[in-house]
Design a protein around this ligand. Structure first.
Ligand SMILES: [Zn+2]
Length: 121
């Protein structure tokens, strides 16, 4: 019996979901929103895999697996000159700003102004 897949918490949608290399036009590489979030948290925000797993509310082994496939997708893009499309994945978006979210969170602006309940784009 398959175990239900747990939704991974993601701070916000990427600003840009589609990337096209100059000169390259290979087959599109897809990246899910949870893969995007792991790259953002670990490679950009500098979180450890442990911190990342807490932030996304998944097991650390899950983060490792997501990170590995995300890195592979990025490598395929830059090495093979393929376009990238970010979409899908088992995710839910932050309902509140968490201390570990950082400024990339869709709730960050709210937490600064003290307002709650903006809509996610
Ligand atoms: Zn967040």
């Amino acid at each position: 019996m398959p175990r239900p897949r747990k939704h991974r918490r993601v701070c916000s949608h990427p600003r840009c979901t589609s990337f096209k290399p100059c000169g390259g036009d290979g087959q599109v590489v897809s990246m899910t929103l949870d893969e995007y979030e792991v790259i953002r948290l670990i490679d950009l925000e500098g979180l450890t895999q442990e911190q990342c797993s807490e932030q996304m509310e998944v097991a650390r082994t899950t983060v490792q697996a997501i990170y590995a496939s995300a890195r592979k997708a990025l490598a395929q893009c830059i090495v093979e000159g393929r376009p990238l499309q970010i979409e899908g994945g088992d995710v839910h978006f932050c309902e509140h700003h968490n201390p570990s979210c950082g400024k990339g969170c869709c709730r960050w602006r709210n937490s600064q102004s003290g307002n709650e309940g903006i809509n996610i784009e």
